[in-house]
Design a protein around this ligand. Structure first.
Ligand SMILES: Cc1cc2nc3c(=O)[nH]c(=O)nc-3n(C[C@H](O)[C@H](O)[C@H](O)COP(=O)(O)OP(=O)(O)OC[C@H]3O[C@@H](n4cnc5c(N)ncnc54)[C@H](O)[C@@H]3O)c2cc1C
Length: 464
């Protein structure tokens, strides 16, 4: 859990990285009327919506103010199977896990899935999440057909991508909960014959080999992602395991799998206990893990059938795996730089690998075109994610990486961030003023705010 009840009316909440906890009035919301009442009674410290708390930093918490727990808004409201594409309308607290389980029996598929299913629809929209298929399908916001938003004036507005209030719709996509509370959303779906994937795997001997293979071959696959070794230096720096795949058609399944092709396979091996005072991730364990991960992968394998958990969400098998980093927590650094900045990208990988900071979960992807949302993270380019345990000198490394990213015209992902400054945000997000103009118009007093918003100067009231 990412929350701890305290003796007073305050609750301690934190993000998935378990850093920067906040004391806040965590208010359960189970109806739109609850959300309107919470808005009416919030004081000058304001309020922020929260889903399942899978953002890593301080986006879904409001120290000293109100944090709305939206997970009680958990109903699937309508399914239009006859439409093309089919659509589903859900309350914002429905998790992707629950939604996938509800849709699969109908042969329907959520078009964009992040690396965990334990994310709400509201959180997926507010962070405009991406998956392994960004190069072919874009981010979550591209598939949202309508959003019902409770705004600071107490009104509930229906927003669509091309409607009269399109600027507010797009500011809400990726808007980190700062335009209001998403109460429900209608999302376009894809059809699928099975819950399995046909997956090709390649071991790549170094970073150049990996980038060359991805550039040359990703377009042939709906999904593509690489895990890379962030410990090994020298000749094999950036060696990686590249997995790419497509949804498996019925005809591709084995006779056994064909008997129940839409079965949702999601085993759980329990929870990591809170027993790691200094964390488990250090240079020795990271080296052992990285070597084992690389070696266990097939050198070259074509057409392996994998289920949802194997292909998409291996981390969901163990609950609360973030505890392995111990009480100090960890930071996830995710950045993107344009394809033209591949030298910068290589330099950043080298800086991480040679920094003395260790990371085991290192993901590399290629993004396709971004969308109209001013705060959306994805843009065409290389994106990289590393999980770094909190340690001395980490901020220095991250600041040096920020410089490289800014110099190349790239940005870092707010859903993962807990440390960026307001001036650097401005350098990374060229459409920031578009976002601020919409936000100020819809919430001139800055009632929707969060620790992240204050840190990044995203909600200062008009005139300040
Ligand atoms: C293991 C793991 C893997 C991940 N992999 C990926 C990945 O591959 N791609 C990716 O893009 N992200 C990834 N993430 C990040 C995650 O998808 C996002 O942080 C997502 O926003 C979390 O959703 P949540 O419901 O937990 O929202 P929270 O973390 O609770 O909130 C996130 C933001 O959404 C806002 N919000 C939440 N609900 C609402 C609402 N109803 N109305 C308005 N605003 C709302 C909050 O205010 C906050 O700003 C990963 C996270 C983890 C832990």
């Amino acid at each position: 859990m990412n929350t701890v009840a305290l003796e007073s009316s305050a609750t301690e909440v934190h993000g998935w990285g378990r850093t920067v906890p906040a004391r806040t009035r965590l208010t359960p919301i189970s109806s739109p009327a609850d959300a309107q009442e919470a808005l009416r009674s919030a004081d000058g410290r304001g309020l922020v919506p929260r889903g399942l708390g899978r953002s890593y930093g301080d986006a879904a918490q409001n120290s000293g103010g109100v944090t709305l727990d939206l997970t009680g808004l958990n109903k699937v409201l309508a399914l239009d199977i006859a439409a093309d594409p089919a659509t589903v309308t859900v309350q914002a607290g429905v998790s992707l896990d629950a939604l996938m389980k509800a849709l699969l029996p109908f042969g329907l598929w959520v078009p964009v899935l992040p690396g965990t299913r334990q994310v709400t629809i509201g959180g997926a929209i507010a962070a405009d999440v991406h998956g392994k298929n960004h190069h072919t399908q874009g981010s979550f916001g591209n598939h949202v057909r309508a959003v019902e938003l409770l705004t600071a004036d107490g009104e509930i507005r229906t927003l669509t991508p091309d409607g009269e209030q399109a600027p507010l719709f797009w500011a809400t996509i990726g808007g980190m909960g700062l335009t209001g509370v998403i109460l429900r959303a209608t999302v376009a779906l894809q059809r699928t014959e099975s819950a399995y994937f046909s997956v090709d795997t390649d071991r790549c001997s170094d970073l150049d080999d990996l980038m060359q293979r991805m550039s040359a071959g990703d377009d042939a696959y709906t999904y593509s992602v690489a895990w890379f070794d962030a410990v090994t230096r020298g000749r094999h720096l950036g060696r990686a395991v590249l997995t790419r795949g497509n949804k498996a058609a019925l005809a591709e399944l084995t006779p056994k799998l064909r008997r129940d092709p839409l079965k949702f396979v999601a085993p759980s091996f329990g929870t990591i206990p809170q027993v790691f005072p200094n964390g488990l991730v250090n240079r020795a364990t990271a080296r052992a893990f990285s070597t084992a991960w690389y070696r266990k992968a097939p050198r070259h394998q074509v057409g392996a059938l994998q289920n949802i958990t194997q292909f998409f969400h291996p981390l969901d098998i163990v609950r609360d795996w973030n505890r392995v980093y111990g009480p100090a927590g960890f930071l996830q650094y995710q950045f993107v730089v344009p394809f033209t900045a591949s030298d910068t990208f290589r330099r950043c990988v080298e800086m991480i690998v040679t920094s003395g900071h260790v990371s085991c979960l290192n993901v590399l992807k290629r993004f396709g075109p971004g969308n109209a949302a001013p705060l959306s993270f994805p843009m065409p380019g290389w994106t990289l994610t590393v999980d770094l345990p909190i340690a001395d000198g980490l901020d220095r490394l991250c600041r040096a990486l920020d410089e490289e990213v800014i110099g190349a015209g790239g940005r870092i992902y707010l859903a993962k961030d807990s440390r960026l400054s307001a001036d650097r945000l401005r350098q990374m997000y060229p459409r920031l003023d578009d976002f601020l103009a919409v936000r100020r118009a819809v919430d001139p007093e800055g009632r929707f705010t969060s620790d992240l918003a204050r840190r990044l100067a995203l909600t200062s009231p008009v005139g300040t």
